[in-house]
Design a protein. Structure first.
Length: 216
C-alpha cells in the first residue's frame, strides 16, 4: 500500500488462505468455500431426506412395475403349458405319467424349453424395468417442492449463527410474539386511559356506607 496516498474505503483484502495479493485473484478462497459448502450440505439432513424419499418411491415403482410384468408373463407361460399334450396328466402324476417314454421325453423337453423361455423373459422384464430408473428418479425429484425463505424473513434479515435452525426459528417466532404482545399492551393502556378520562368527567364519589349492627 502506498502510504503517500489516502487508502480507499474499498481496498481489497489479500487471500485469507495464503495471504497472496488480491490481484490476480487467488483460487484458494473459492476452493475452500466450495469445500465448506459441500461439507455443510452433507451435514444438512434435508438433502438426505429428499434422497431417501425419492429412492424409496422410485424403487417401489420399478419393483411394482416388474411384478406386474412378471405376473402377466407367468400367466402366458401357464397358458402355454396347458396346451401341451399330456401336460395335465404329467402334473397329476407328478412328472411320471403312464405314457410312452418317447412321448414323455418330448413333453419334458417342451416343458424345459418353456421354462427357459419364461426365465429369459423375466430377466428381460427386470432389465427393462431397471433401465427406467433415470426417468423414474427424475419424475420423483420433480415432485419435490423447494421453497426458499423470503428475503424479509427475520431469520434472513437478522440471522443468529451458532444456534440450530429450529431454535433460531423459535427465537424469531418469540420475537414476533413479543413485539405483538407489546403492541397489544400499549394499545390496551391507551384504551384504559381513554376510558378513565371519559369516566372522570361526570364521576362522583359513592355514598358512605352506614355502619351495620354488631353481632355477638
Amino acid at each position: 500500500m502506498d502510504f503517500g496516498i489516502a487508502p480507499s474505503s474499498e481496498v481489497e483484502a489479500s487471500c485469507a488462505i495464503c495471504g497472496a495479493p488480491p490481484f490476480p485473484e487467488c483460487p484458494h478462497e473459492g476452493q475452500r468455500l466450495e469445500m465448506a459448502l459441500n461439507q455443510a450440505q452433507d451435514r444438512w439432513n434435508g438433502m438426505q431426506a429428499i434422497r431417501n424419499w425419492v429412492l424409496e418411491h422410485a424403487r417401489n415403482q420399478v419393483i411394482s412395475t416388474f411384478h406386474q410384468l412378471r405376473a402377466a408373463r407367468y400367466a402366458q407361460h401357464v397358458e402355454y403349458l396347458q396346451t401341451l399334450p399330456c401336460f395335465t396328466l404329467y402334473q397329476r402324476w407328478q412328472g411320471n405319467p403312464p405314457i410312452n417314454p418317447s412321448q414323455l421325453h418330448m413333453l419334458q423337453s417342451q416343458i424345459h424349453q418353456a421354462n427357459a423361455s419364461y426365465k429369459a423373459g423375466v430377466d428381460e422384464d427386470w432389465r427393462r424395468s431397471c433401465l427406467r430408473y433415470p426417468e423414474v428418479l427424475d419424475y420423483y425429484f420433480g415432485m419435490v417442492s423447494l421453497q426458499l425463505p423470503s428475503e424479509n424473513d427475520p431469520a434472513i434479515m437478522d440471522p443468529r449463527f451458532g444456534a440450530p435452525l429450529k431454535e433460531t426459528r423459535r427465537s424469531n417466532k418469540a420475537r414476533k410474539e413479543s413485539m405483538l404482545l407489546e403492541e397489544d399492551e400499549e394499545s390496551l393502556h391507551r384504551g384504559h386511559g381513554r376510558k378513565n378520562k371519559r369516566r372522570s368527567r361526570d364521576w362522583t364519589p359513592p355514598a358512605a356506607s352506614m355502619p351495620g349492627a354488631f353481632r355477638r
